[in-house]
Design a binder for this molecule. Sequence first.
Ligand code: 26W
Length: 812
Amino acid sequence: MQPYTADGLKDEIARRLQVDKGQKLEEASPKDVYYALASIVHGEIMPSWNKTQQKYKDKKAKQVYYLSMEFLIGSLIKSNLLNCGMLNQTIEALRKMGFHPEEIFAQEQDAALGNGGLGRLAACFLDSLSSLDYPGHGHGIRYRYGLFEQRIIHGNQVELPDYWLKDAYPWENRKEEEAILIHFRGEVHMFKKNDGSLEFKHENTDKVMAVPYDIPVVGYQNSTVNTLRLWSAEPYFPPEENEGQEDDFYHDLEHQHSIEQITGFLYPDDSNIEGKELRLKQQYFLVSSSIQNIIRQFKENYQLPLSRLPEKVVIQINDTHPSLGIPEMMRVLMDEENLSWDAAWKVTTGAFAYTNHTTLSEALETWPVEMTEGLLPRIYMIIHEINERFCRDLWFNHKEKREEIPQLAVIADGRVHMARLAIVGSFSVNGVARIHTEILKNQEMSGFYSLYPKKFNNKTNGITHRRWLLQANPGLAGLITDVIGPNWIRRPKQLISLMKYTKDRPLLEKFASAKQQNKQALANFIHQRTGIAVDPHSIFDVQIKRLHEYKRQLLNIFHVIYLYNELKDNPQLDVVPRTFIFGAKAAPSYYLAKEIIKLINTVASIVNYDKDVKDKLKVIFLENYNVSLAEKIIPAADISEQISTASKEASGTGNMKMMMNGALTIGTMDGANIEIHDLVGDDNMFIFGLSAEQVMDYYRHGGYSATDIYNTDDRVKRILDQLKLGEFGSQEIEFKDIYYNILSHNDPYFVLKDFEPYMEAHEIVERTYRDTYSWLQKSVTNIAYSGKFSSDHTIQQYATGIWNLKQFKEKE
Ligand code: 26W
């Protein structure tokens, strides 16, 4: 990519406006400038993109395909500029032209094609694959509507459609000529071939075209550009039926609409499945397009027999959502490529690897047999056969497992169990943090672990430090480079060199001032969005993530209510001023999660306007939390709230992002918090609460009474009674459901049990914060150790530990 100077860029933007739109610079709106800029960047990317793909082809490189129903890529303009090495010049050019760079960048709508952690992880992985020169691509769905836009109206979450394609999306290329035909429903007919083997014909099917839209995935200043291929569903027009069908016009319109529905919207559920047929259709649509595409490319580019596909192709499935890829690959290999069952099974299980992202039982996917069989008759036959062979193997070759067969079978209780299908059909099964993998091995999937111990492995999650530090926090990133040089950018573990400076007071001051600037910027943003003035010198205490009972936003807001009560009792109380910042979307059908959002907003509306509280306490709920908002909040965080019920949060990745930006974690020993703790220790974070063992022990043997705590802890009783009696809200009944949920269901997420230790941990936070110097040391220590959580490190481990994939170097 040729380097642009700021002036060169300025001229080029002016030229494009003139040529493409007949516009003078003075007439151009921020949106016009954004499009001109995006088209310049796209033009820069194109040659490297073609070259990269050609190289992979010529050298017959092994490639990894990351299959995911979600890619939460957010906005690409800044990260593309950064990775192309054009960000600084662009900022300068835009300023010279009299624009605010951030205003131009903000013209791009986030691609919110994911719910939360799982989708954002996929996006970070793509960034690392390209930046490390790995041949690795994403396959996903081009939803016309991404995750809903959240509005808060009278404290309630209201969902609006996210029509992110309203304006043209400058990063995608439609590749109609590579479209693929997908078949649903129909009948399967069996024939005997001359050699006595069986042939299956899938006929009278509903046909849908899958059209790919390619988005470039630009590596960090290395000329590698991989592909994120998103599939869109379109009607299929068979060539012979093109004329004289006017009678069917309305029927066709309806039909067309139902087809386009397949890639119409992203299901807004996180860790909770809705067993809707449309969702199953989406899943099969994704895997059938991807698998057919992968096999077609393998045949075209490698000139090898299909039996050798696993030498050149590895397919990582992001949770069980794409696990129908396993029977789909069997179908293509057997029905279209004439491989025997055994040969096809060898290829399939040599190519697939499965990542699990949750142990929550309500998130474990199963599909009713009738639904699966009706929609995907041939695929169902294959799943049935996989199950038969698996159960037979257990019965004859693993006699000790006979009793367990109902718990292991892929089809049981009239349902297809997707995690079991994924485990049986993959050569690798991994969890996303050490504790999570241990729980999979020893609890959730122990039956499979004893059967296939070698399949199971851990790959702790990571985040791209390019987006989450370099791009989101240029102040801090620049300071780090001033101190330790720029090598950390390519080798993030070198951030550890910062440890040499934790006693350098003048330098710590500079870190403090970088944080202060970010806090000021967020305070300005909050003021502009909400009209509320927050004290930029207060502790910015942040919890940003999907709203879920297990993530315990409720525990956080109970702490806020407790502080509020204390201040009401004693307005003179000497406390460090705090600003509690929340961002969270709830699944639209998740009633209790929405009640918690309402509670947070209600508490905010009381606390923020109470004269007794003055500036000591503010509660901010920022609506429509998404990737772009995260980029504004994270650099300003002092405290990172990671307070899930231990054993429930598979990993967490927000914890890593805030650590990398110098926030201190208050958290339970859960998910990746444990690995943060391994690195920085008790001195540099605030650990509290039940351990995973204790939690699981209570679930198994009982012995916990929420009512006892309610009756003995006055602070808890006061808060719960306030909810019940309607002190937070106009109507009496307002938060009764939260009250009853805790007391009549014995507090399933241990909010009351962990209340006391959480309060204590927060007291320690406050004491620590009063000692600015010590706080800064801890903050820098967190930054220094955070390099381990770069997704570059994670991807290296996937590449060597699972994929057997080599970095693609120019000279090879
Ligand atoms: C459709 C139902 C559904 C949707 C999403 C079921 C399950 C999911 C995901 C598995 C939920 C998810 O995002 N899990 C999160 O994955 C992150 C990346 O590995 C982890 O860091 C989080 O701890 C985990 O909750």
